[in-house]
Design a protein around this ligand. Sequence first.
Ligand code: HEC
Length: 130
Amino acid sequence: MHLLCAAAVTVIALAVPQAGGWTLGEDAATKKNPLPSDAKTLAAGKAIFNDKCQRCHGPGGLGDGPDADPDATDMDLTNAKRAARHDDGTVYYKVMHGRKRPKMPAFKDELNEEQIWTLVTYVQSLRKKP
Ligand code: HEC
């Protein structure tokens, strides 16, 4: 229990607001995904994505879900150009903290760390190759 509290405090202490409304950790560029991109992780990631993310990002991540923000022009997770800007640690923090406008909810109270990494692995598998 104490360990978990300490971890939560560390995350908050290192959170850095970004231009554009995202809040990333200081170590976003170097944070390593502990999970392998294997069939098991991808299947689990897809299940969480369908449950929590599909309503906005669409079933294939194209940004065409029913709750997609009409003001957001950049919700297509498959866009290859974005993969370069989104290493695993960046995606991790974006899912964790969300952003205000266009709105993406924060998932830190709904998903644990392993579930977020599972999603990161799945989202990265959706990127088209350049
Ligand atoms: C209420 C709608 C909504 C939900 C639900 C939502 N998102 Fe988003 N997401 C957005 C919006 C809007 C943006 C684009 C913001 C922008 O323009 O930068 C975004 C951007 C992102 C990005 C950054 C862009 C990129 O290419 O990497 C990632 C990653 C992402 N979402 C992943 C997820 C995941 C994973 C989930 C499920 C846990 C999720 N989102 C749920 C609305 C949503």
